[in-house]
Ligand binder design. Structure first.
Ligand SMILES: C[S@@+](CC[C@H](N)C(=O)[O-])C[C@H]1O[C@@H](n2cnc3c(N)ncnc32)[C@H](O)[C@@H]1O
Length: 249
């Protein structure tokens, strides 16, 4: 029987989280790029949808910013750790249960490509944002090397498959239909950082659930799609996402 993406992430979530735990700094540049766009201010409440295991929390540090980490998948929700700044919620993205006009910003990183009805999710985000509030999205661009890596290589070597609805014009149309103004829309390139190629292969095997690929096949898949650079004892895996910033009118 066909697995929904929630079913798939209930199976994949533990390995994904293990990758994030073993190499907590690997995606620092990616989260840093999101913070540069979001520009969180003291006193802000930020909802992260979907939040995975609440990974945004460590990038807020001790700043006076409240994080509402919203997850659709039990396996990720179970990993999310609450503290005085962090609330973890298991909710659908189109029905968060948050009060209208209650959050300053919403962040969404690498998760919207699994959403069937994006417009309904954008309408829900619009509802919970305060007027002037910002929605910052980072996701895979249709036709990019990352699209190829995920929907060709990962799809072939993950027994659960991978099929994403990546960013193209209909994605922007859905944002505009939900009444958002798009004020930033650019591809940003950076690295996922490791000490060596073995770490890069281990990370990708866990994160992308590559249960049907040998380490050599994973290495070759990375080499032929997004690529990597080895220098001074480091291994940078090339990565890029489309970053959009949208404002509630
Ligand atoms: C690649 S992870 C991204 C998690 C986190 N934002 C990060 O950057 O590490 C994809 C996320 O999509 C969520 N997801 C899976 N199926 C979904 C669905 N049908 N609707 C919404 N989110 C879904 C997963 O639970 C997971 O949190």
């Amino acid at each position: 029987m066909f697995d929904t993406y929630t079913d798939i992430f209930n199976k994949r979530g533990v390995a994904y989280h293990e990758a994030m735990q073993r190499y907590p700094n690997a995606r620092d540049e990616e989260f840093g790029a999101m913070l540069d766009l979001l520009k969180p201010e003291a006193g802000d409440t930020v909802a992260d949808m979907p939040s995975g295991g609440g990974y945004m929390r460590r990038y807020f540090g001790s700043k006076d910013i409240k994080l509402i980490a919203i997850e659709t998948t039990q396996a990720f929700y179970d990993q999310c750790v609450e503290d005085e700044q962090t609330q973890c919620l298991l909710r659908n993205l189109d029905d968060t249960g948050l009060e209208t006009a209650s959050v300053d910003a919403v962040v969404s990183m690498a998760g919207l490509h699994h959403v069937e009805d994006r417009l309904t999710v954008f309408e829900e985000i619009y509802r919970i944002l305060k007027p002037g509030g910002r929605l910052c999205i980072a996701d895979v661009e249709k036709g990019s090397e990352i699209d190829g890596f995920l929907d060709t290589f990962v799809n072939q070597h993950n027994s659960l498959g991978h099929e994403g609805r990546f960013i193209e014009d209909d994605f922007r149309q859905d944002l505009q239909s939900a009444d958002f103004d798009i004020t930033f829309d650019n591809t940003l390139q950076y690295a996922w950082k490791f000490k060596n190629a073995d770490q890069m292969v281990e990370y990708c095997t866990l994160m992308f659930g590559l249960d049907e690929a040998s380490p050599k096949q994973v290495f070759d898949g990375i080499s032929s799609w997004q690529g990597y650079t080895i220098y001074n004892g480091s291994c940078d895996m090339h990565w890029k996402l489309r970053f959009l910033k949208c404002i509630k009118k």
